[in-house]
Design a protein around this ligand. Structure first.
Ligand SMILES: C[S@@+](CC[C@H](N)C(=O)[O-])C[C@H]1O[C@@H](n2cnc3c(N)ncnc32)[C@H](O)[C@@H]1O
Length: 261
């Protein structure tokens, strides 16, 4: 997938420095904005992905639209948790303070933020993302986005982002090195044709979770492996997740597998 990075239209000095640093980090071309629109830059450089550096923010453009980091849904979930409500994902993970979580499918980081809040300051969340472009946007957003409250800020800043394929990463981890290993793969049947997430579909990795990855996850997990999928998905049975939890009317459910120990 051919990608370039450019700056916002105003070509702020801060944006230029950020764009050049990310270009080097990802080994992609830095293209001067020169007042061109993103579609024109795409055509000029034959790029399918254009990263755009703004002061304090990285955005990602594809032919399907624009993507950027925002903690929207995690913000609401943290608010509910702080009010004492339950969260189906943290319940499925059995999260308590001080635990370590390996989120194998970071995406835009909403689940990782909720997990990071759940494990608190003494815990640790590592988020893996195979797309270098999504990893760059989310990694930068988690470290630079300034939310309205400290618990969300702290939960975001504590997450470690790694641009890696989960199977490769899992194979390199010692046995029992994370309390929980979590997967939220792209659903086999997307829940909605929502245009707001269609740009993600263009850059995300759509491969199904493999039995080999689940076996490695069971080895690496000290306590359990959790997978999110659409309610009623055949993936739970195919991958051996016998315990499935979630709200009665919820569109998503969580499969739980005990670790190999
Ligand atoms: C449904 S999204 C995850 C959404 C995320 N849980 C959130 O809260 O924003 C799935 C993500 O996993 C990534 N992914 C898929 N296969 C992967 C793999 N083998 N290794 C690492 N990341 C992968 C995709 O690129 C995509 O960004």
């Amino acid at each position: 997938m051919q990608a370039i990075i450019t700056t916002d239209r105003k070509c702020h000095t801060e944006s230029i420095s950020l764009a050049k640093a990310v270009a080097e980090q990802l080994s992609i071309k830095y293209a001067e904005r020169c007042k061109y629109s993103v579609p024109v830059l795409m055509e000029k450089h034959e790029a399918e992905v254009v990263l755009v550096a703004h002061p304090g923010e990285l955005r990602l453009h594809t032919a399907a639209g624009e993507l950027f980091f925002h903690p929207n849904m995690s913000q609401l979930r943290l608010k509910n948790l702080r009010q004492g409500d339950k969260d189906h994902m943290t319940e499925a993970m059995g999260l308590t303070e001080g635990m370590s979580v390996l989120d194998c499918t970071l995406g835009f980081g909403a689940d990782a933020i909720v997990a990071s809040f759940g494990v608190g300051e003494k815990g640790q969340v590592t988020g893996l993302e195979v797309s270098p472009y999504i990893a760059a946007v989310t990694g930068y957003g988690l470290q630079h986005f300034v939310p309205g409250n400290y618990p969300l800020f702290a939960a975001m800043r504590r997450i470690r982002v790694v641009n890696a394929d989960y199977l490769d990463f899992l194979r390199q981890q010692p046995t029992g090195s994370f309390d929980v290993v979590y997967f939220d793969p792209m659903f086999r049947k997307p829940l909605t044709a929502s245009s707001s997430i269609s740009p993600l579909r263009g850059v995300a990795d759509h491969r199904a979770l493999s039995l080999a990855a689940v076996a490695e996850a069971k080895r690496v997990a000290r306590r359990r492996v959790v997978m999110k999928e659409a309610s009623g998905s055949g993936e739970f049975e195919r991958l051996g997740f016998d315990i499935v939890t979630g709200g009665k009317y919820s569109k998503v459910h969580y499969g739980i597998l005990p670790a190999d120990r």
